[in-house]
Ligand binder design. Structure first.
Ligand code: FPP
Ligand code: MG
Length: 361
């Protein structure tokens, strides 16, 4: 794990590899367009098996619940977590074909469903009506039913996991659920007090986002019987990717664009101090900081305060400073991969790092 307060030094745009495919990796990092389809290529068959596994296992009793579950499964996102499970499994397998077995599918399903449930709950907490350009579960079914839908998904997930008898995987994966809750509680506590520091922010995003992404990568390795060291290394890799992923999410929140499929500037409206604003606040004297916090308090109902904050974050280097921190996490992630021999899966994971840093949704 990273030390909770440590902020990595700003790094050059491209992550560094020590092994022979260094140049190819740099090339990939510098390409303008990276596509998830290309990243998925080495594990296409595994991802297909995972989708079939979810379709077979994730069913519900009763007409309404079945429909709610069907919508929740249809509204899933990019599938970064199952992709990480499968690439990590394929890169760590010593028995050929192990990544096509049942354990990687189970691991991918469990991390994905924890993620799906957490976003259903998150939209209720944030009062958000839109997710991925579609109505959120709370908008479709009202908050009380959306909460139960999230609970149901977690309960089914646990049942399927325990019935599989793969207790090492279930224990490894479900251990991450408490971190998500801790991160959310910390976040809402700080948002109510407008006192988030960089240390708090990094702690929050490590818990609410990086922990599950770290577990996705390590669960893939564990699923194919990798050594403890390799499982731990994949966890550190995934956590670094997860830190970058959430920082990019927080940068995108400052971008008024249709591409995210979520309402823009939601963090400001909710009083959340995220890295782009923090980078600006840290350079201000106390008087100016107090003025900014005062505007942040008024953001929910005062469009002028909101516009002012957007402007200072953009004009005073908040976005570029946050982008620097995000890239340094990606550099750490790519550096960790240099422990592995060059392969299609390693190259795909490097490209996934590039994608995380460039994504616009
Ligand atoms: C999205 O963050 C939310 C999370 C990454 C975690 C949400 C976790 C909970 C609600 C705790 C419940 C936990 C479980 C296991 C069900 P965001 O609000 O910054 O991102 P957004 O812009 O996509 O909403
Ligand atoms: Mg949210």
């Amino acid at each position: 794990m990273f030390a909770s307060a440590a902020v990595p030094k700003a790094a050059p745009a491209g992550p560094v590899l020590r092994r022979p495919d260094r140049d190819r990796s740099r090339e990939i990092m510098e390409e303008k367009m990276t596509t998830l389809d290309r990243i998925r290529k080495p594990v296409e068959a595994e991802l297909k098996a995972f989708e079939e596994f979810v379709g077979r296992q994730f069913t519900a009793e009763g007409e309404l619940l079945s429909e709610m579950l069907r919508q929740a499964l249809l509204a899933r996102g990019k599938g970064i977590r199952p992709l990480l499970v499968m690439l990590a499994a394929a890169m760590n397998e010593s028995v050929p074909g192990a990544s096509l077995g049942r354990r990687p599918c189970l691991a991918a399903m469990m991390v994905e469903m924890i993620h799906v449930a957490s976003l259903i709950h998150d939209d209720v907490i944030d009062g958000s009506d839109m997710r991925r350009g579609k109505p959120s579960a709370n908008a479709l079914w009202q908050s009380h039913k959306a909460v139960i839908l999230g609970d149901y998904i977690l309960a089914r997930n646990m049942n399927i996991g325990l019935q599989s008898g793969q207790y090492d995987l279930v224990t490894h994966i479900c251990g991450s659920m408490s971190a998500l809750c801790e991160g959310e509680i910390l976040q809402s506590d700080h948002a109510a007090r407008f006192d988030t520091t960089r240390k708090d922010y990094l702690d929050i995003i490590r818990k609410k986002t990086a922990s599950l992404i770290g577990i996705s990568a390590s669960a893939g390795a564990l699923a194919v019987g990798a050594s403890r060291d390799r499982v731990a290394l994949m966890r550190r890799f995934g956590e670094a990717v997860g830190m970058a992923f959430q920082i990019q999410d927080d940068i995108l929140d400052y971008t008024a664009s249709d591409s995210t499929g979520k309402p823009a500037f939601a963090d400001l409206r909710e009083g959340k101090i995220t890295l782009p604003l923090l980078c600006v606040l840290e350079r201000m004297d106390e008087g100016r900081r107090a003025e900014i916090v005062d505007r942040l308090r008024r953001c929910g109902e005062d469009a002028g305060a909101m516009e002012y904050l957007q402007r200072i974050v953009a004009n005073e280097g908040g976005i570029s400073a946050a982008t620097g921190v995000m890239r340094s996490y990606l550099s750490q992630a790519v550096e960790l991969l240099s422990e592995y021999d060059a392969s299609d899966c390693r190259a795909a994971l490097v490209e996934l790092c590039a994608y995380v840093g460039e994504r616009d949704r």
